[in-house]
Design a protein around this ligand. Structure first.
Ligand code: ATP
Length: 321
């Protein structure tokens, strides 16, 4: 469904020194800088897959999604999405994809969402019965039926994102790009959006590319992840394999009756303290027994747990090496 071959994007941009003198100087000389946001990235995604696109800030995720959804031209390389070259922006391509950017609404802020939907219905030529059916179905699933006729700018962030999702799916696209669809939402709203995405895929067999800085989104929805860093592809494979690669490390969490900060730990491990008074140590699996023995020996430990490394730390280890 998605084929990407050595896709690259380099942005050219100008800098300006501060103040009026900087502005005048810029009239005569504007230094041009280049930023390679995506560098020779290749992968394939089959129909019906939900793939997580991960990477730290500035890794090139949004740039990649913008190229695959036809918003940006690449500098080099090729891509096909649902059989089309995205940046040629054929109407049939636009009908095949949906895009949601959590940080930027695609609905008119001064109008109720329903008015934007009606406009999209015309643009995508969605037949009236199908249009009404999809709205009833999706607004029911997301529990936002009562919000369809309220000006978008009067809604909360979570409500607005749910309505944006419906807008992106009105024409029943086969490929959906979700760029941070749960950003800034509370846990309940994140959970309902995740449930909705899963449900939508099960029912319509859609292919989804999802970026999110929330590991729960990724763990809940994606079996496969593509990790980028400095524009390059760092990892493409099953999510569990990333966790497995770092199974050599464990987290020991505990609480104590009196302060623990001064305790000397074996193997030079550092003790970390959370604001709520819980302590934790990241240790190699083979050292865990000895660390626990020292803790129990020297401190009045109240509650102790051993956990796997959180997904964020495992993924971060991929970038840091
Ligand atoms: N229009 C632009 N002009 C110049 N540089 C840009 C432009 N858009 C993005 N960049 C740069 O390209 C790099 C990749 O940006 P991109 O937005 O794709 O990252 P990202 O992985 O989506 O990051 P985040 O997780 O912070 O959203 C960044 O260093 C960014 O500063």
């Amino acid at each position: 469904m998605i084929e990407v071959e050595r896709l690259s994007k380099t942005f050219a941009y100008h800098t300006k020194k501060e103040g009026l003198l900087g502005s005048i100087g810029n009239l005569f000389h504007r230094p041009t800088l280049h930023k390679q946001a995506v560098s020779e990235v290749s992968f394939r995604i089959e129909g019906g897959e939900i793939v997580g696109l991960l990477g730290p800030n500035g890794a090139g995720k949004s740039t990649l999604i913008k190229m695959l959804s036809g918003i940006l031209y690449p500098t080099s390389g090729s891509a096909r999405v649902a059989g089309y070259v995205p940046w040629e922006r054929a109407l049939a391509f636009r009908r095949s994809i949906g895009i949601v950017m959590g940080q930027r609404s695609q609905l008119w802020p001064d109008l109720p969402a329903m008015d934007s939907y009606l406009l999209n219905q015309r643009i995508y030529d969605v037949e009236e019965t199908a249009f009404r059916r999809v709205i009833v179905e999706l607004s029911g699933l997301l529990d936002v039926r009562r919000l369809l006729d309220i000006q978008v700018r009067r809604l909360s962030l979570g409500e607005r994102i749910k309505l944006d999702l419906i807008g992106a799916l009105l024409h029943s696209p086969r490929v959906v790009f979700l760029d941070e669809p749960t950003i800034g939402l509370d846990f309940a709203a994140q959970k309902s959006i995740r449930g909705f995405i899963r449900d939508y895929c099960d029912r319509f067999g859609a292919t989804i590319v999802l970026t999110s800085h929330y590991s729960t989104d990724i763990e809940d929805l994606c079996r496969r992840v593509i990790v980028t860093h400095h524009g390059k592809l760092l990892y493409d494979g099953e999510l569990v394999r990333i966790a497995d690669r770092f199974s050599f490390a464990k987290i020991v969490r505990f609480r104590v009756r009196s302060a623990a900060a001064a305790v000397a730990l074996p193997f030079d491990y550092a003790l970390q303290e959370k604001p709520d008074g819980e302590y934790w140590i990241e240790a190699r699996s083979e050292h865990v027994n000895e660390v626990i023995r020292v803790l129990l020996d020297r401190l009045e430990v109240e509650d102790l747990r051993i956990e796997h490394l959180p997904l964020e730390r495992s993924i971060e280890s991929l970038y840091v090496g």
